[in-house]
Each structure stands twice: as structure tokens, then as C-alpha cells.
Design a protein around this ligand. Structure first.
Ligand SMILES: NC(=O)c1ccc[n+]([C@@H]2O[C@H](COP(=O)([O-])OP(=O)(O)OC[C@H]3O[C@@H](n4cnc5c(N)ncnc54)[C@H](O)[C@@H]3O)[C@@H](O)[C@H]2O)c1
Length: 267
């Protein structure tokens, strides 16, 4: 599949990049868009290796740094980004995809504190730690000659459920709303440094997160029916939006939460 976005010539970092989900699609999308230095991370080393192979099948000359670790672990996240910067000398695009949904729908009184903490550690704290490390590195560099007005671009993956509520998903919805407002605030703080920070809010997308258990497939049916387009989105439909936001074609888009949801949130 050809990429609609060309000339992503800098260095890219993608978190939650293992397997066949949104992060892996974004990583392959960068390779199709001309990016030849890509760093990927995920907690699952096996699926991360699969993504490495998939990137190389798009372009065998891409230089890849892959490290497995926990997105909620401050020491891992800081050292991973330091290694990226020292290996590739810069960081131009960062896409934060690591996230968890929770195995079943739970109302507030049914949810244990441990599960609440797990969701927030991975979704919100993980995105916050990643953004902080990415901003630190982007601030150290001058813009590329090819993109003189852009020192760096960050895209966080939030969710349509960061914008609207859904039954039995209060903790997940709140963790994604936190990502949206963190995105806006980071965008305000780093605009004058030439760094753009945006997020993409996917609707129901066909990935391992939404398709691995029959219970999850059943639970998501009503959400698919709410969206006017009445289907799941594909990982490439999300990836295309992410790559656009990373590119200089989005040069005046700042702090935005772009829904890619088949119309779910307009209904
Ligand atoms: N699929 C959807 O319908 C949908 C909708 C809205 C938002 N999202 C968001 O998109 C992002 C990607 O999800 P996906 O659908 O591709 O699912 P996915 O399960 O394929 O991808 C999530 C990735 O995050 C990784 N991960 C989980 N816990 C981690 C941890 N502690 N440290 C590091 N990595 C960890 C997983 O191993 C996995 O590779 C998530 O943030 C998710 O919340 C997905």
C-alpha cells in the first residue's frame, strides 16, 4: 500500500508498536513515507520482533532500534529515548500508541483499585512519561533543513472514548480524556519551540485489542452500530491520520484531537 504522506525524512519513535495493531501500522507507514531511522518499543518482545520484520519487508534499508519494556517504567522510558537520541542523533516524530482497554466492561463499584491503577499507569502515565522524554530530546535539536519550521511532532493515540462516555468504561474513558488534555497543554507549552503535539482519537478499530476474545467482539457490537459508518475502522485508516499530523502538511495544526471514528462522536 502506498503512503499518502511523503518525505517523513527524520527519526521516528513509536510506542506500543508490537504485533498487528495501530502502532505496528504506524511504524510500517513511516517506512512507506521515506523514514529510514525508526525506533520501536512494546512490552511484548515477540510481537515487537514481528513489527521489525514487517518494517524491513517495506524497506530493507531502514535502520531500526527495537527495545522491549514497560511504558509505565520511568527508567525504561527515559533510557530508551536517550538511546534513540544517541543512536540517531535526533528525534523528529513520536507516536504514542501503547495502551490497554481492560478485559471486560466494569462500572465504578465493580472495579478494583488495582485495575484502575493499571489502566492509568499504561494509558495516561505511559503517555505522559513518553511525551516528557520526547520533548526533552526534541528541545535539544534544530529543525531539519527539509522542515525548517518544525523541530518535532508528537502524536498521542487517545480514543473516541476520551471525548464521549461509554457504559462500563469510566476508568478507560478518563485515562484517554487525560491524554487529550495533556496533548493540548503540552501543545501550548512547546508551540514557541517549534514542536507540535496532537492526538488521534480512534473509534472501534480492528486490532488484537478489539478482536481477540469473543466477549470483547460481542461487547463492542453496540459501539459499531452507533457510528454512522457501521463498521470497524482499519489500522491503516488511523495510521494515515497519524502520518499526516506528523508531516509538515499539518504545519498549523496544534493541540488538536482528530477523531477517526466513522462518525461515532457526531451521533
Ligand atoms: N482498537 C481500537 O478500537 C482502539 C480505539 C481507540 C483507541 N485505541 C488505542 O489505540 C492504541 C493502540 O491499540 P491497538 O488497538 O492497536 O491495540 P493493541 O493491543 O494491538 O496495541 C497496544 C499495544 O500496547 C502494548 N502494551 C500494552 N501494555 C503495555 C505496557 N505496559 N508497556 C508497553 N506496551 C504495552 C501491547 O503489547 C500492544 O502491542 C491504544 O492506546 C488503544 O487504547 C484503540
Amino acid at each position: 500500500m502506498a503512503s499518502i504522506v511523503k518525505h517523513l525524512l527524520g527519526v521516528a519513535v513509536i510506542t506500543g508498536a508490537g504485533g498487528t495493531g495501530i502502532g505496528a501500522a504506524v511504524a510500517k507507514g513511516f517506512a512507506r513515507s521515506g523514514c529510514t531511522r525508526i525506533a520501536i518499543t512494546d512490552i511484548n518482545s515477540k510481537t515487537l520482533s514481528q513489527t521489525k520484520e514487517a518494517i524491513l519487508s517495506v524497506n530493507p534499508s531502514v535502520r531500526i532500534l527495537d527495545r522491549s519494556g514497560d511504558i509505565a517504567d520511568e527508567i525504561f522510558i527515559d533510557s530508551f529515548h536517550e538511546e534513540v537520541f544517541s543512536r540517531f542523533s535526533r528525534l523528529d516524530y513520536a507516536v504514542n500508541c501503547a495502551g490497554v482497554l481492560g478485559s471486560k466492561t466494569l462500572k465504578a463499584v465493580e472495579m478494583e483499585t488495582g485495575e484502575f491503577d493499571r489502566l492509568n499507569s499504561i494509558n495516561y502515565r505511559g503517555s505522559w512519561l513518553s511525551c516528557r522524554a520526547q520533548l526533552r530530546n526534541m528541545l535539544k535539536q534544530e529543525p531539519l533543513d527539509e522542515q525548517p519550521k518544525q523541530r518535532g511532532a508528537i502524536v498521542n493515540i487517545a480514543s473516541q472514548l476520551g471525548i464521549v462516555g461509554r457504559p462500563g468504561a469510566a476508568a478507560y474513558c478518563a485515562s484517554k480524556a487525560a491524554i487529550i488534555n495533556m496533548t493540548r497543554s503540552n501543545a501550548i507549552d512547546y508551540s514557541e519551540n517549534g514542536i507540535r503535539v496532537n492526538c488521534v482519537c480512534p473509534g472501534v478499530i480492528e486490532t488484537p485489542m478489539t478482536t481477540t476474545s469473543p466477549e470483547m467482539v460481542e461487547a463492542l457490537k453496540p459501539a459499531i452500530d452507533i457510528a454512522p459508518m457501521k463498521r470497524m475502522g482499519t489500522v491503516d485508516e488511523v495510521s494515515n491520520a497519524v502520518l499526516f499530523l506528523c508531516s509538515t502538511q499539518a504545519s498549523f495544526i496544534q493541540g488538536h484531537a482528530l477523531v477517526v471514528d466513522g462518525g461515532y462522536t457526531i451521533n
